[in-house]
Design a protein around this ligand. Structure first.
Ligand code: FAD
Length: 414
């Protein structure tokens, strides 16, 4: 029996979400609900209603005016370039903070393109002694006993979205207080995110751990209480492990002097396969290009998307539903579930054209189909040398100047 199936995604949303639940009976986690709706239309609505000026002032607060655009940018509903253009045109220099955050995504992505699967291993020696404990069950179950951390785990596992500052506190707690191996924690964390992205996620965990930064990131109670608006601290009764000065925390966390040498981790790759002997040429729509405005979708040839076991097999239900929302807006795309290679062969495909990606696992999967990669739309034109890619500040010096002009950037430094 064939190990794949074509999906007919219902246009009615309620039916669509139910359909995905039936088709992916093994997928875990809760329903997507109304708070998130995949697709370009919703992405544009969010972009046009984000208060960019308020964002510059309050984005670090848990209740700040963040855009919640990350799942849309991750799946290509919007390009980073058009997002930046939109706010630059409307707010000029006042959009700088927001554009700088978009730039972080571009930066991590460029590092992924440059470094490939090395991003899954320590990029540098750690600047402090790191631990290598497995991720404890009390983290997986969200029962740490710390109301703040349990709250962040609930955001993660129930909503699939966590505020950036909370991601930083949580990762620091896991890596520095609990001494957990960052890689295991990063894999677990990414699994639940609607915006789960190998570059932004794994490189951020590395940044916190200090294997891709010049020092470890950690925080104290005062910082968490301020930016959460006392949401958790006001009623918290436990003996807080974060209630100390930065100096005292530093001495406690990094009591073992010295640094940890860089570690290498394994990456799962698909098996090798011979070149396809078929003739047809098709557009392969992958999960970073789910936009009806994508130029490749204007080409008059078969367009094929696959919910692939290797790529998406363990994704939670709500993320599959989010992608189904996105796919519902695309015209004339065949949607399949199963093994990409078997499906492309079944469709007689010998060559695919698709958007370029830093994802080497996806590329290895597509190798037998003689792929042609079209470059993705650039966030900024600047070419960034490997040396500049070492740190965001060096990258931003160049990209920021391209987007906002040398003068504004120089004023910023004063
Ligand atoms: C441990 C950790 C794990 C992370 N994992 C992911 C991930 O898997 N996927 C992901 O998209 N982001 C990840 N981030 C980055 C960041 O937390 C999210 O992009 C951001 O919180 C998304 O919320 P928003 O769209 O409301 O952001 P906004 O503040 O509104 O920012 C607008 C956009 O800029 C980009 N952006 C903002 N901050 C960052 C950042 N620090 N790094 C990269 N891009 C950024 C995002 O695309 C975001 O949508 C992670 C950060 C940390 C500390």
């Amino acid at each position: 029996m064939a190990n794949f199936q074509k999906l007919i995604i219902p246009s009615d949303r309620v039916e669509r979400l139910q359909y995905i639940k039936r088709m992916f009976a093994q997928a875990t986690g809760s329903f997507l609900g109304d708070a998130w709706r995949g697709g370009r239309q919703e992405a544009l609505r969010r972009l046009n209603t984000t208060d960019i000026q308020a964002y510059s002032r309050n984005r670090n607060f848990l209740n700040g005016d963040v855009s919640k655009l990350s799942p849309y940018l991750r799946h290509g509903c919007l390009t980073l370039h058009e997002t930046a253009e939109n706010v630059l045109q409307r707010f000029g220099a006042q959009s700088q903070k927001f554009v700088q955050e978009l730039a972080w995504r571009d930066y991590w992505r460029r590092v992924w393109f440059e470094q490939g699967d090395a991003i899954f291993s320590d990029l540098e020696d750690a600047k402090v002694a790191l631990g290598d404990k497995p991720l404890p069950d009390f983290i997986r179950q969200g029962i740490t006993g710390l109301p703040c951390m349990d709250g962040f785990i609930r955001d993660l596992t129930l909503e699939g979205y966590v505020h950036n500052h909370a991601r930083m506190w949580f990762a620091a707690y896991v890596v520095h207080w609990l001494k957990v191996d960052w890689r295991e924690a990063a894999d677990w964390f990414e699994h639940y995110l609607l915006d789960g992205d190998k570059a932004s996620n794994h490189l951020s965990w590395q940044w916190i751990a200090s294997v891709n930064s010049s020092k470890p990131y950690y925080f104290n109670k005062e910082n968490l209480a301020r930016y959460t608006g006392e949401k958790y601290c006001a009623t918290c009764k436990i003996n807080c492990p974060f209630d100390a000065s930065y100096e005292a925390i530093n001495d406690k966390l990094f009591v073992v002097n010295g640094a940890s040498p860089a570690k290498t981790y394994r990456v799962d790759m698909p098996t090798k396969d011979a070149l396809s002997t078929h003739q047809a040429v098709a557009i392969y729509v992958h999960d970073e290009m789910l936009s009806g405005a994508h130029p490749l979708l204007r080409r008059p040839m078969a367009r094929i998307f696959v919910f692939d076991d290797f790529l998406h097999g363990n994704w939670p239900l709500k993320r599959l539903q989010f992608m189904a929302d996105c796919l519902n807006e695309l015209q004339d795309v065949e949607i399949w579930v199963g093994n990409t290679r078997e499906i492309l062969k079944e469709r007689g495909v010998g060559q695919i054209i698709t958007q370029d990606t830093p994802n080497r696992q996806l590329k290895a999967l597509l190798e037998p189909f003689n792929p042609v990669y079209q470059p993705e739309v650039k966030f900024a034109e600047s070419t960034i040398s490997e040396k500049r890619l070492k740190r965001f500040s060096r990258y931003w010096e160049k990209v920021g100047a391209e987007l906002f002009g040398e003068e504004l950037m120089a004023n910023d430094k004063k």
